[in-house]
Design a protein around this ligand. Structure first.
Ligand SMILES: [Zn+2]
Length: 361
């Protein structure tokens, strides 16, 4: 629950930085005049709201991003499990390109997408993938920023690709053929595609990594848990901050104008971009549904949830005025509805007090 509490607070930073975005209304404004209800999952014991709008943004909303990621992780694990059941294995490819402090993020992404397109269509790359028995892939787009690292290289967009390979494609022995040959060919072609797309030539050490199934499994197990792993935010920042780290930075220090500006810029550039891309036919092959992010964000926590209570509009205004959305859920989960009523009584009328922040209807 601690992670969820934090996410509501971090979401309010998005609201402050991007007041025009849909996230501004996310889990604040009612859905077409519906009642605001709190439900509790029988299976997980967690609580959630019903009747509120959700924004469904994986890039700028920490609350929706966490929920969507959790569901996407289930889909990925299901596909990987099904693939392994047929005897196949899943390895991981990481692709990056050189980037400098002054690089424009939008331009970097465009060039990287071009390089990637060239890479997938490359004859030699296709030949290697065929030897590896690759039948499909899931690609994730990520970005970090190096403003806190000793050598600030600016924005660092990169791809992680889960390769659904044939049986027995063991990548643990990297120093000998055939794995060594695959790596050299893939790296050489990726470097050529980067240069052709107007990016610099990546080094062998950084441009391309081919990791075995244990890395792939580890990556997937952490998928979407980014905010749970930021206990050492400052320490982690040395290795590059994620966009949600910028929100946390602003939360810690409202004077961190750089973090605010970088987040706004990121939001503008990433709007509408897909976070996860499944190669054609892979979802169908393993009977994975085709739900979009908005649908996942709006879904109920689970089908076996019980109604705990309803919050009136007046009470809700007070909750918003004290940033208490996370608190209501955690009190409801740990102590039940009577405790929530006590809490609501304690903050009663706060929204009407002079100086209270303006509240959306
Ligand atoms: Zn949202």
């Amino acid at each position: 629950m601690a992670g969820r509490l934090q996410r509501f607070i971090v979401q309010s930073v998005t609201r402050k930085l991007l007041p025009e975005s849909r996230t501004n209304n996310c889990l604040r404004v009612r859905q077409g005049g519906k009642q605001i209800q709190v439900h509790k999952s029988i299976e997980h014991g967690t609580t959630s709201y019903n009747g509120l709008q959700t924004c469904g943004s994986v890039w700028i909303c920490p609350v929706c991003a966490a929920k969507i990621a959790e569901r996407r992780r289930v889909e990925i694990v299901a596909a990987m499990t099904a693939h392994k059941a047929t005897g196949g294995c899943v390895n991981m490819l990481t692709l990056t390109s050189p980037h400098q402090r002054g690089d424009d993020l939008r331009e970097l992404l465009t060039k990287q997408a071009k390089a990637l397109n060239g890479f997938w269509n490359d004859r030699q790359v296709k030949a290697v993938f065929e030897t590896m028995g690759v039948i499909g892939q899931i690609r994730a787009l990520e970005v970090t920023h190096g403003r806190k690292s000793p050598q600030n290289n600016g924005w660092h967009p990169h791809y992680h690709v889960l390769l659904f390979c044939g049986a027995g494609v063991d990548l643990t022995v990297q120093e000998a053929p055939p794995v060594l040959d695959w790596i050299i060919t893939l790296y050489t072609r990726w470097a050529a595609c980067c240069v052709k797309a107007g990016l610099g030539k990546p080094s062998l050490a950084h441009g391309l990594k081919l990791d075995d199934g244990s890395h792939a499994a580890q990556y997937v197990s952490k998928w979407g848990l980014e905010d749970e792993m930021t206990k050492g935010h400052t320490k982690k920042a040395l290795h590059g901050e994620t966009p949600f780290d910028f929100l946390r930075a602003v939360l810690e220090d409202p004077e961190d104008k750089q973090a605010a500006a970088l987040f706004r810029h990121f939001a503008e550039v990433f709007k509408g971009k897909r976070q996860l891309h499944w190669s054609r036919g892979l979802k169908k092959r393993y009977a994975i549904g085709e739900k979009n992010d908005e649908e996942l964000a709006a879904e109920k926590e689970d089908d076996f949830a019980v109604w705990l209570g309803t919050i009136t509009i007046e009470q809700w205004r007070d909750v918003l005025a004290v940033e208490g959305r996370g608190s209501v859920l955690s009190i409801a989960a740990s102590s039940g509805w009577p405790a929530v009523l006590l809490y609501l009584d304690g903050i009663k009328g706060v929204a009407q007090k002079p100086g209270a922040p303006p509240i959306l209807q």
